[in-house]
Design a protein around this ligand. Structure first.
Ligand code: FES
Length: 200
């Protein structure tokens, strides 16, 4: 546990509250460099992909070279460096949000754009993700829409946001595109099937 905070941990790339989720993941592993894969999983599950700013932040926080972070991110199939969709709709399914209506929000997403969590609409407009808690339970139910937290969100409001995103482009309901297969999706999955190119 030598790698706890106090060594000048960098600031998150933005004020986006989702970085708190990533921070929690790193804290759980004591900011050990060995938590790199788990941390990258947390970033991807939270933001849908890994960009250079995220990789730089992880590198600085875990004190590993950026080249190593990039190497891991590009080596495993389950990491993607590109945003999955033009827009991102992440619904919080933590306990407070669940009690306050997260299911209704997910149903509204399904009905409006025909995509379930983990899927992107066929035209690449909207990716749907879920997160367990972003630490704003008092404002439940919550969705993070393109990085902005929408609190006390109603299904109707969410439908309107989604329709605004997709206006001008028809999305055939019921035919969402599943994201690329991500074998070994569990934290720390490092099996050969998960490796790009099948070898070191
Ligand atoms: S459960 Fe949704 S913000 Fe905490």
């Amino acid at each position: 546990m030598n790698h706890v905070i106090g060594f000048g941990k960098p600031h998150p790339p933005s004020g986006d509250k989702r970085w708190q989720i990533v921070d929690r993941a790193m804290r759980r592993y004591g900011y050990e460099p060995s938590a790199l894969i788990q941390t990258l999983h947390a970033v991807q599950e939270t933001f849908g992909y890994l960009d250079i700013e995220a990789m730089r932040y992880v590198a600085g926080s875990l004190r590993v070279p950026l080249s190593q972070v990039y190497g891991v991110a590009t080596f495993y199939h389950f990491f993607t460096l590109k945003p999955p969709g033009e827009h991102t709709c992440m619904v919080c399914t933590g306990t407070a949000c669940y009690i306050k209506g997260a299911e209704g929000l997910l149903a509204a997403v399904r009905e409006t754009i025909g995509a379930k969590p983990g899927e992107t609409t066929p035209d690449g407009k909207v990716s749907v993700l879920t997160v367990r808690c972003i630490g704003s339970c008092g404002l439940a139910p919550i969705a993070v829409l393109d990085g902005e937290t929408a609190s006390r969100l109603t299904p109707q409001e969410l439908r309107e946001r989604l329709r605004a995103w997709t206006a001008g482009g028809e999305i055939p309901a019921g035919a969402p595109t599943a994201p690329p297969e991500r074998p070994g999706h569990q934290l720390g999955g490092t099996g050969p099937a998960a490796e790009k190119g099948g070898g070191a």
